[in-house]
Structure formats: C-alpha cells, structure tokens
Design a protein around this ligand. Structure first.
Ligand SMILES: [Zn+2]
Length: 314
C-alpha cells in the first residue's frame, strides 16, 4: 500500500484578488480584522468533511492569517483533530523566490513562529506561494531542519495558462502580483526525490536531507490532478487517468487543494471572483460528492497520511 496525502493551501480570498489585480470589496476593507470567507466557510467545511472521511490532512498556513482570532481558533481545532499545520510563508508574496535572502528567511521564520506559538509544535514542511520555488528557499528550509518541501508542480498546461493570464492583465493595465515560475521546475521528477542543492529540479541521489514531494500530475501529458482540475475531469475522467498515476507513483500520491475548492458561488464574499475562478459555479454538494469519490478510489491502493508522516517513511 502506498501513502496518499491530501494537502490544502489556505489562501485567503485576497490572494485571488492579488493574482488578478482586483481590489477587495469595500466591506472587506473596513476594519480588516474580520475572518476571510476562505476560513469561515472554506476551512470550516473542509474540517467537517475530513472529519467525516477520517482523513488526516496537511494544511499550508499563511502566517499572518493567524493574527485573526477566528482563523487561529479554526487552526487550533485542526491541529487538535490530528491535521498537520505546515508553512506557506508569512505574507504569501508570489515573488518570494526573487526577494532578498534575508526577507525569504524572515518570511519562513515568521510563519514558523506563528504556528509554533499556536500549537507548541514547529512545522516540518514548506510550500512556497504560487508553486514558485527556488534553491534559496529550499536551502533555508534545510538549514531550519525541515523534513520536506512540497512546491514542485511539473505541469506545462498550468504554466502556459499562468503566462497567458499575466500577459493579458498587463496589457489591460492591471498588473498581476503573481510571478512566473522557473521553467526548470517542469524537468523535476514526478515522484518524491532529494533535490540537488543548486539544481533543485534534479535528484541529488543522496537519500538524506530535505525531501521534495511534488504534486500529482498525469504522467506523459502532465495534466494536473489538483482540486480545481477534478471538476474538469469529473468522476469518469478521474477514473480514466487514475490507473496511469497509480502505476507511475505506487508509493505516493500528493493531492493538492485550496480552501476555495470547498466553496461555491452561493457563498458570501465570493461574488467578484466567480468570473476568474470558474469552478466556484460547481455547487459545494457536487464538489463534496466528487472529492468523496476520489478519496474512495485512492483508499483502494493508498493509506491516507499527512505529508510529514509520509516524508518520515522515505
Ligand atoms: Zn498559496
């Protein structure tokens, strides 16, 4: 039996507005200390859903979100329920990898301290914002004693789409705060590996150090298998590609979601995002049934575990 990891990046709705150069609705600017709907609705739902599924997940937390009480109490509940809280940087800068080294270190350290303060436990895993990883970020994780990084998403269709959205926005005078990912990321292995210290997309063949746990893509065509794409594939499409992935990665399946994948267009606070995040049109009840189907298939060949527990077994 392999191990399947479900991870969720807890990106607030502001992250989507940053990518698309949108400003926050007026109601959310006033005060600013209110809970983000990605938490009050998305995280609430996923905790209840994973509890019903008896599924231990890894939640990638943006450190500064812990300054809002409503967020930190949900995450304390998640920690007590056995979910792993991992590091998704303090501010979620999409261009973190090109910022000064001292700032990269500070972004990782401040999120780590916020999680430690909440749970009494230091996180052991990191995922960079926007899949935008580089050797410098991995070196910082190594020096801080992290077990793993899970930022590699070797998916050409994603990069083409990201490039197209960014050029379109800049032509319209609405520059995105996102940043293109290093293209070498596409050369990385699909299965977990120990990255070379400089050429992070290469396996160093040294069975120690920081483990990289890439996100799932279909071998060959490299179609992404993440929360959003499950709604393009639907149940039949997932069943069709699942044997390919299982054959390519019998030991490890890394399925990534975002908090917004647990929301729909009827939810409060998402009205301005429906046009740019088309799967918000899929009702939560449909999403829930679809994820349950995927989890049931995975259970045939994999045991669910957090990324941290899985990293320890490599
Ligand atoms: Zn993120």
């Amino acid at each position: 039996m392999g191990q399947a990891c479900v991870s969720v990046d807890l990106d607030g709705l502001r992250c989507y507005r940053d990518i698309h150069g949108l400003s926050a609705p007026r109601a959310q600017l006033n005060g600013g200390q209110g809970a983000d709907a990605a938490y009050s609705i998305g995280v609430r739902r996923l905790l209840d859903f994973f509890d019903a599924e008896r599924l231990p997940a890894t939640l990638f937390v943006i450190g500064r979100d812990l300054e809002v009480d409503a967020h930190s109490s949900l995450l304390l509940e998640a920690h007590e329920a056995g979910h792993e809280l991992a590091n998704h940087s303090y501010s979620h800068h999409y261009d973190l990898r090109t910022r000064p080294l001292a700032e990269q270190e500070r972004e990782i350290a401040r999120c780590e301290e916020a999680i430690l303060e909440l749970t009494g436990r230091k996180p052991t895993g990191f995922r960079t914002p926007g899949y935008n990883v580089d050797a410098s970020l991995l070196a910082i994780c190594r020096s801080r004693g992290y077990l793993y990084d899970s930022s590699i998403f070797a998916c050409p269709p994603y990069y083409l789409a990201k490039g197209a959205v960014m050029s379109w926005l800049s032509l319209r005078g609405r520059p995105s705060r996102s940043q293109m990912t290093r293209p070498q990321t596409l050369l990385a292995p699909l299965a977990p590996y120990f990255p070379d210290e400089k050429r992070f997309w290469r396996d160093s063949q040294r069975g120690y150090g920081l483990l990289e746990m890439p996100m799932a893509v279909v071998p060959g065509v490299r179609f992404p298998i993440i929360g959003t794409s499950l709604h393009l594939l639907k149940e039949l499409g997932f069943d069709a590609v699942y044997p390919l992935i299982r054959r390519a990665q019998p030991r490890h399946f890394n399925l990534e979601f975002h908090a917004i994948d647990f929301m729909d267009s009827n939810d409060e606070g998402v009205a301005d995002l429906v046009g740019i995040q088309p799967d918000l049109a899929v009702p939560w009840t449909t999403k829930r049934a679809r994820y349950a189907h995927v989890f049931a298939r995975l259970r045939e060949h994999y045991r669910f575990a957090t990324l941290e527990d899985t990293a320890r077994s490599f």
